[in-house]
Write a protein that binds this ligand. Sequence first.
Ligand code: DHB
Length: 317
Amino acid sequence: MKKIDLSTNINGIKLSLCIMNASGALCCTYKDLYNLLNSSSGAIVTKSCTKNPRIGNLSPRYIEWNIGSINSMGLPNLGIDFYLDFFRKKKNNKPVFLSISGLSIKENYFLIKKASSSSNIDALEINLSCPNIIENNEILGYNFNYVSKFLENIFKFNNDKPIGLKLPPYFNNIHIEIMSSIISKFPISFITCINSLPYGLVIDSYKESTVIFPNNGIGGIGGKIIKPFALSNIFNFYSILKNKVSIIGCGGITSGKDIFDHILCGATAVQIGTEFVNKGVVIFDKLKKEFTKFLLKKGYSSLDEFRGNLKQISSKL
Ligand code: DHB
């Protein structure tokens, strides 16, 4: 049988499989990370961490329905020291991405400095897109001045670890152009597109109520329903950044074909959020099998043969 190579290279970070978890999905506790270490995922991303542990928002704070999920977790995490300690003590067989989401600019600098000098962390994924921290009162990735100044400062002191940015979805191509021009000024290794769609409201018609408790029931939307938004962001960023900055696709993947679609639009690797929470670590084997089968059917044997090759449908007169 033809050999299918599902390995990838995120700007120098090598993964034997291009599929990993999304930050926030079953990657918070010791047990979560232990399970991920022993799973067939190609890399591990941690829950976004803060300086101090946080218990997060009151439950119910995460709900799935047939085509999506809504969450307002409120950044529950065990604090940066726990994550650095975990990976210091464990032998890693795959790359580790530490996700960072400080509650203030100062806290972000503190976290990045701390992680930059830590062993066994391969890269930082800086979260510029958490929708659920009310104190921040805006999604950082939508404030271009903030992002610009923030990156300028970070690269004054970080020159050790590859840095990536987890971005919110953009709904206007001019915003993708502005963000790309900012990103191009710095040695950013990768961007992860997209975080959950902010500020959705899911309701229960029968109970006439919200389905999650925090923030009046409003939260970030993930799962199948957001895949078209993930693809448009990946495609538009890829058409500007090409291979200078790797793109990790995230949003709405539930099958091997979905992975193909993300890569066809320009992604170098993919992350699984809602579907991983739904199925657990077995999802990585399932997706790997489905993706292999799909590539066999298409006659491809590696990602490089089709990455970013999305064609425009021809027009009809
Ligand atoms: C949370 C949600 C996010 O989408 C994110 O990027 C970080 C944190 C949360 O509510 O915990």
